[in-house]
Design a protein around this ligand. Structure first.
Ligand code: 5AD
Length: 351
């Protein structure tokens, strides 16, 4: 079985049966070998450095009704908020002082934060923090909107495809959303010149190994600069509230597979991973992750951005917990690198 790991490391691709073998393999020594090789590849590219991104959750209002997501439109329990531009700029200022050089503005698809508003907010951050990268994670927009945000100074965009299989996509989303549109958006983002991130939830309801193989093959062909993968975690006020969470082991296997496939990719040890296991962040890094995204949102709003139950936003998941994060990373031989941390093959206007 280790032969598949070696082949993936050398050739950066496998036939479907190779991916299947790795995803279904329960031999601890093979999984350990997979993670070790992925870690080696990461260290060869990035050394012992972990990039940090300051996550600002700008709105928990959303027009969508994704069945898995805690801030879906149909959840009346959510106390809704949206941050003002001034608050967002304050978050950036705090983050800058802490050493962050990338700000990620993430939010629901909130029509009240119009494209003009987003554009002007991006321009204001670009103006005040010319040496920082601006990442957006605001869902599906028109090509023109993506272009406007890019021209205003945004450099990166995160949009997980969640699942490549159209039928499975239908199981996770209401009829007005489609896998085709999601994939179209990703192609636009790349064409416009964003460093583009995509990814999946692992263990979402109805997901099979064959679906995961479709996701791997999509990512292999799309070649995103960033890959976000975390376990599905149920949220009690959603239609999937009583579903089982995704597997940490399967999340880590996928993380290592993606690392061996795309050695230059920026892969975070996600908050969902850190939420599901106390040592999830460290295990992600030891399996090939090289990014963490501490929370820079105002403390009083963090609890309201609950995509899933018990979402971590304190301690090493919080921007103000950077010292704690550094300590935890040092314990496994890593350190935070306070730079922009662009993808090695990304478009960096500052190079
Ligand atoms: N469990 C895990 N991840 C989730 N996301 C949304 N809801 C959940 C959940 N219940 C992820 C999606 C989305 C990202 C912002 O958060 O993959 O793209």
């Amino acid at each position: 079985m280790k032969i598949w790991v070696d082949r993936l490391k050398q050739e950066h691709t496998l036939p479907p049966e190779g991916y299947k073998a790795l995803l279904t393999c329960t031999h601890v020594d093979v999984t350990t070998y997979l993670h070790r090789q992925a870690q080696k590849v990461t260290q060869a590219r990035f050394g012992n450095n972990i990039y940090i991104r300051g996550l600002i959750e700008i709105s928990n209002c959303c027009r969508n009704n994704c069945y898995y997501c805690g801030i879906r439109k149909g959840n009346p329990q959510v106390e809704r908020y949206r941050l003002s531009r001034e608050t967002i700029l304050d978050c950036c200022t705090q983050g800058y002082e802490l050493g962050f050089r990338t700000f990620v503005m993430q939010g629901g698809e909130d029509a009240a934060q119009s494209s003009e508003w987003v554009e002007e907010t991006v321009a204001a951050i670009r103006n005040r923090f010319p040496d920082c990268a601006i990442t957006l994670s605001l869902g599906e927009k028109t090509r023109e909107e993506y272009e406007r945000f890019f021209r205003a100074g945004a450099n990166r965009y995160l949009l997980r495809h969640e699942t490549f299989n159209a039928e499975h996509y239908k199981l996770l989303h209401p009829a007005e959303m489609s896998q085709q549109n999601r994939i179209q958006c990703l192609h636009w983002l790349k064409e416009i010149g964003y460093q583009t991130g995509t990814g999946i939830m692992v263990g979402s309801p109805g997901q099979t190994t064959d679906h995961l193989i479709e996701d791997i093959r999509f990512i292999e062909c799309f070649r995103p600069q960033m890959i976000g993968i975390g376990p599905f975690i149920p949220h009690q006020d959603t239609p999937f509230g009583t579903s089982a969470p995704g597997s940490i082991e399967q999340t880590l296997r996928l993380l290592s597979i993606f690392r061996l496939m795309l050695p230059d990719a920026l892969i975070p040890a996600t908050t969902a991973l850190a939420t599901l296991a106390p040592d999830g962040r460290e295990r992600g890094i030891l399996a090939g992750a090289n990014v963490v995204m501490p929370n820079l949102s105002p403390c009083e709003e963090r609890i309201k951005y609950a995509l899933y139950n018990n979402k971590a936003s304190l301690g090493a998941e919080a921007a103000e917990g950077l010292a704690m994060l550094n300590k935890q990373l040092q314990a496994i031989g890593y350190k935070v690198l306070p730079t922009r941390g662009d993808a090695p093959n990304g478009d960096n206007p500052f190079k």
